[in-house]
Design a protein around this ligand. Structure first.
Ligand SMILES: Cc1cc2nc3c(=O)[nH]c(=O)nc-3n(C[C@H](O)[C@H](O)[C@H](O)COP(=O)(O)OP(=O)(O)OC[C@H]3O[C@@H](n4cnc5c(N)ncnc54)[C@H](O)[C@@H]3O)c2cc1C
Length: 423
């Protein structure tokens, strides 16, 4: 899809397209940023290397994401949630358990109000909803499949030439290409990274009994095994779940290569029989797990957003939520600056984004890292300590409420989009 509505009819297609912001990478984060900015009058060129039709296919990305309440507010405010709502499964309870231990931690949304703790949404459904919204957004020129051929960030302007030959001029470029961001690399921004030597095996299962919208995080020696509720079909509501099965990286390829019956047998050993008989539906996917963060998220006329800036372990289902928080903060700063007639690539403005997001992202990176190290092992003293911890927290209503509000994204100073306000 190439949609360049911003070009006026009397402008030659050879003339550079002039926009306020060039967003490179139209994944879940980049597309949301483009919609947020354009909706508030900031013109955007959005470039993605993938064919928009290909990213909607079931084989492209089998993941489902836990969307925190604050992220849902962002998508709702931008007119994206209305195309997701009917396919989003509410998470009403979360049960955390450790191997065969009797201690567990149980969160119930009823303890803090009427809203669910979050929603499970297929990434494919979110991509589709973002594409539908982009089609209506006249402030976004969308180039896909396409890529950046050359990019120059001068003191006054960003100049890009796309692989298709189109020239673009902007005040700012946002690198949203995910973990392997070429924009970040070209800017020489160093990356801190370590591998967890774990792989996430992702698939969808159908089960005999309803999950009752309870998410399960079961800690096994190789890593967390998450059973995440999906809506299911009309005939069998609540009988479908998305699995994120963390396995040792040296074992995962053998698991992925198993035939269907053996794969189901291995999976069932970890899943247990509490939801009755299991059946794997659709393809399996695998994702190597690592932690990484860019040493800085801004440079001359450049910002990094989402996984391009920070990639974390999916143990807490927070990577995308943190990316959407980047979007909410950055779009608020840029929209306010545009209203004052300021330069959107101004270094002091970008520095405010860096300051606003650095601490929050680093706390989440550290938290996911510590949780994974603490729980992904079978070292007896550590197992006893963490089990006592789970049991103790479970008996502390105040602490539980704090953790639930944190998971819902309600803590800290929330940007306008996350408070349900307009930009
Ligand atoms: C197993 C697993 C489960 C997860 N579960 C959750 C969860 O429950 N909740 C949650 O919040 N997070 C979750 N995450 C994390 C979440 O998936 C990521 O944080 C999120 O997808 C990052 O989005 P992004 O748009 O920044 O990057 P990506 O999703 O990587 O998107 C990058 C985009 O840039 C494009 N691109 C790449 N290179 C170029 C280029 N050179 N030129 C142009 N375009 C380019 C790509 O085509 C793509 O569209 C999970 C991650 C994993 C691995």
């Amino acid at each position: 899809m190439v949609k360049a509505k911003l070009t006026s009819p009397d402008t030659s297609p050879d003339a550079p397209l002039e926009v306020d912001v060039l967003v490179v990478g139209g994944g879940l984060v980049g597309a949301t940023l483009a919609i947020a900015l354009a909706g508030a009058g900031i013109t955007v060129a959005l470039v993605d290397r993938e064919n928009p039709a290909a990213v909607l296919r079931a084989q492209f990305d089998g993941r489902c994401s836990a969307i925190a309440q604050a992220s849902q507010q962002v998508l709702r405010g931008l007119g994206v949630w209305e195309n997701i709502a009917s396919e989003a499964a509410p998470i009403e309870q979360i049960r955390v358990s450790d191997g065969g231990s009797l201690f567990f931690l149980h969160y119930d949304c009823a303890e803090i109000g009427d809203d669910p703790l979050g929603f499970m949404v297929e990434n494919r459904v979110m991509r589709k909803a973002l594409q539908l919204r982009l089609e209506d957004e006249s402030g976004v020129a969308y180039f896909a499949p396409d890529g950046i051929d050359t990019l120059a960030r001068t003191p006054g302007l960003v100049r890009a030439r796309l692989e298709s030959g189109r020239e673009i001029q902007a005040r700012l470029v946002a690198g949203c290409e995910g973990r392997r961001s070429p924009t970040r690399e070209a800017a020489g921004i160093a990356l801190t990274r370590w591998s967890y030597r774990q792989t996430a095996i992702v698939c969808t299962v159908e089960h005999e009994r309803s999950h009752n919208f309870i998410a399960h995080e079961h800690f096994l020696p190789a890593g967390p095994f998450a059973i995440l509720p999906l809506l299911g079909t009309k005939e069998k509501p609540g009988r479908r779940s998305s699995l994120v099965w963390t396995e040792r990286a040296d074992i995962a390829p053998a698991m992925m290569a198993l035939n269907d019956a053996d794969f189901l047998a291995e999976l069932s050993k970890r899943f247990g029989d509490f939801l009755g008989e299991l059946r794997v539906v659709g393809p399996r996917f695998s994702y190597p797990l690592s932690l990484q963060y860019a040493q800085r998220s801004v440079d001359r006329r450049l910002v990094l957003v989402g996984d391009a800036s920070h990639g974390m372990h999916p143990i807490a289902g927070q990577g995308l939520n943190m990316g959407l928080r980047d979007v909410a903060v950055l779009s608020e700063l840029l929209v306010d600056a545009a209203r004052l007639g300021l330069d959107l690539g101004d270094a002091a403005l970008l520095e405010r984004y860096e300051r606003a997001r650095r601490f929050d992202n680093h706390v989440m990176l550290a938290m996911t890292d510590v949780l994974n190290r603490l729980f992904s092992n079978d070292f007896t003293p550590l197992r006893l300590a963490r089990d006592l911890g789970l049991g103790a927290v479970n008996k502390m209503p105040g602490v539980k409420k704090f953790f639930m509000r944190d998971a819902m994204g309600q803590l800290g100073a929330l940007p306008r989009l996350m408070r349900g306000e307009k930009l």
